[in-house]
Design a protein. Structure first.
Length: 528
């Protein structure tokens, strides 16, 4: 009986071995799962990253998204069904389209040692001198939820084309109510971003209101907020020296490889002579010349909210970005602008071109430590420094003359577990551009002897801050505590007798943020 049982066991073992070999042959003959074209997957859609247009936080890798268990090689048995992919509660999947709310809720506390105005943001070019009363003798403190943001993102596929639609609002709009601090914080929503991006193979096209392509990137030339560098600060005006604006336009990108991107954009123009966000204004030729009426008609002095300024053509921007690996991003960019005005006194035009170039990069020089450098210099580009430099002056003969200006940001960013630290030194320099008025004795333009002390030569900032992730879950969001200290210094071109040589401002920000959860589904592989 024992011998017969052993023979039966050997026969069963042989049968099992034959079945095992058959299954292995079938598995080997099965087609491999299609690989995702990495060039077609937005780099900010990794499942362990919270997607929202927050300060583009380099999220500490505290809690990666749960990864589905691998399927058995021979396929799941009825008793062991394949595990379902991880999902985000706020994401809706409709066929090949994913719809996801994005945003965060903020409560920000701000303290300034002078009553500098600007609410949450810093008016870089106009904080008061020590002899400006009473602003220089009074500080300011306030709480605000205005930096909270809400919006949505749509990802989808059509044949071998992937598209992204992005929309975002904040609450920093201008309010007509006068009781914001008395009885009702009725803060007004404001459109920040509203664009659509379509990519097919190596070609990508974007249209709508987005961050300007002059904004430095962290990766590629992506318009997604998490792929841009606009600092890590709590200040809603970011840092002085950063070239940025959010404006309508169109761009075309070409991806010859996964490591190189070339872009060309046409964006909204504006002939700007100062006055926005505390920025200094030029001095126009005096009456009776008709040139003193150019402000707010042919040239923008930020005195109204109506877009009625004449412009010749869009601002053209080109950028070339290199991303050889995850540790290095380097880019060069250029901008071309053209200014044109009409002189009623002589019935003649004056047309001048302006432009500039940028060299930007961020490099991981040690584990978790990145070096940041962003630099832009040129003529007639002052509007892109948050309006802190005018684009041009007008000479008494009606000739346009672009103003030379430049800005820089140098600093470090460090990530360790749930803690993020940063420090930046940044600034803007505005060269003088002076002319004699028609009377031959008075000076006009920018930076002349006798100019108002609002015509700055330099504005500089040193800032340091932290971002601590207190709790984070891919499905339910994150809670962060953030702090920032900033020291500002501005120097005018002309210093009147017995007047201060400079103005300074100390500011402290503290912020509590809850970020909405979710990450969009990756697109299907691009067509060959």
């Amino acid at each position: 009986m024992i011998v017969k049982q052993q023979q039966q066991i050997d026969a069963l073992r042989a049968t099992l071995e034959d079945q095992q070999k058959l299954l292995e042959r079938v598995a080997a003959a099965a087609p491999a799962a299609p690989s995702v074209n990495a060039a077609a997957v937005p780099r900010s859609t990794s499942p362990d990253r919270l997607v929202a247009s927050a300060t583009p936080m380099i999220v500490p890798s505290a809690a990666a998204a749960p990864t589905p268990a691998p399927l058995p090689l021979r396929g799941p048995s009825p008793q062991q069904p394949a595990p379902a992919p991880a999902s985000a509660p706020l994401q809706i999947q409709i066929g090949n389209v994913g719809i996801m709310p994005v945003g965060f809720m903020d409560l920000t506390a701000t303290w300034k040692d002078k009553n500098a105005g600007g609410s949450l943001g810093t008016n870089f070019g106009s904080f008061p001198y020590n002899n400006t009363f009473p602003q220089a003798k009074l500080g300011e403190f306030r709480f605000s939820p205005q930096n909270s943001r809400v919006g949505f993102r749509i990802d989808g596929d059509w044949k071998d084309t992937h598209f992204i639609a992005y929309n975002e609002f904040d609450f920093l709009g201008t309010s007509g109510a006068n009781n914001l601090s008395v009885t009702n914080g009725a803060f007004v929503p404001r459109l920040r971003l509203f664009w659509v991006d379509v990519r097919r193979r190596q070609i990508e096209f974007l249209a709508g209101q987005s961050w300007s392509m002059m904004v430095p990137n962290r990766k590629g030339i992506s318009a997604l907020p998490g792929d841009l560098f606009y600092s890590q600060t709590i200040d809603v005006n970011y840092v002085i020296g950063l070239p940025w604006t959010r404006q309508p336009g169109m761009r075309v990108l070409f991806h010859p490889t996964e490591k190189v991107t070339l872009g060309l954009s046409a964006e909204n123009p504006d002939q700007y002579i100062g006055g926005s966000g505390g920025g200094p204004q030029i001095t126009l030729p005096a009456a009776p010349s008709p040139l003193n009426g150019l402000a707010n008609s042919q040239l923008d002095n930020a005195s109204g909210n109506v877009q009625n300024i004449a412009n010749l053509h869009p601002d053209f921007i080109a950028k070339l970005a290199f991303d050889p690996n995850a540790h290095v991003h380097f880019e060069v960019a250029g901008i071309e602008r053209t200014f044109k005005i009409w002189n009623a006194a002589t019935n003649s035009y004056s047309t001048k071109a302006g432009g500039g170039g940028a060299v930007n990069g961020n490099f991981e020089i040690a584990k978790g430590l990145r070096l940041v450098t962003n630099n832009l210099w040129g003529d007639g580009i002052g509007r892109y420094f948050f309006g802190n430099a005018p684009d041009l002056i007008v000479r008494p003969n009606g000739e346009v003359s672009p103003i030379h200006a430049g800005g820089w940001i140098e600093g470090f960013e460090y990530t360790r577990k749930n803690t993020f630290l940063y420090t930046y030194y940044s600034g803007v320099y505005i060269r003088r551009n002076v002319a004699f008025d028609a009377n031959g004795t008075s000076l006009i333009g920018y930076g002349y002897r006798g100019a108002p002390n609002s015509q700055n030569k330099t504005v500089q900032e040193f800032t340091i801050g932290f971002n601590q992730t207190m709790w984070r879950d891919t499905k339910y969001g994150a809670i962060n505590l953030m702090g920032q200290y900033a020291y500002f210094l501005r120097n005018p071109w002309y210093i009147a007798p017995n007047a201060p040589k400079s103005a300074h401002l100390n500011t402290i920000f503290f912020n509590i943020r809850y970020t909405l959860p979710g990450a969009p589904s990756p697109p299907r592989p691009a067509g060959k």
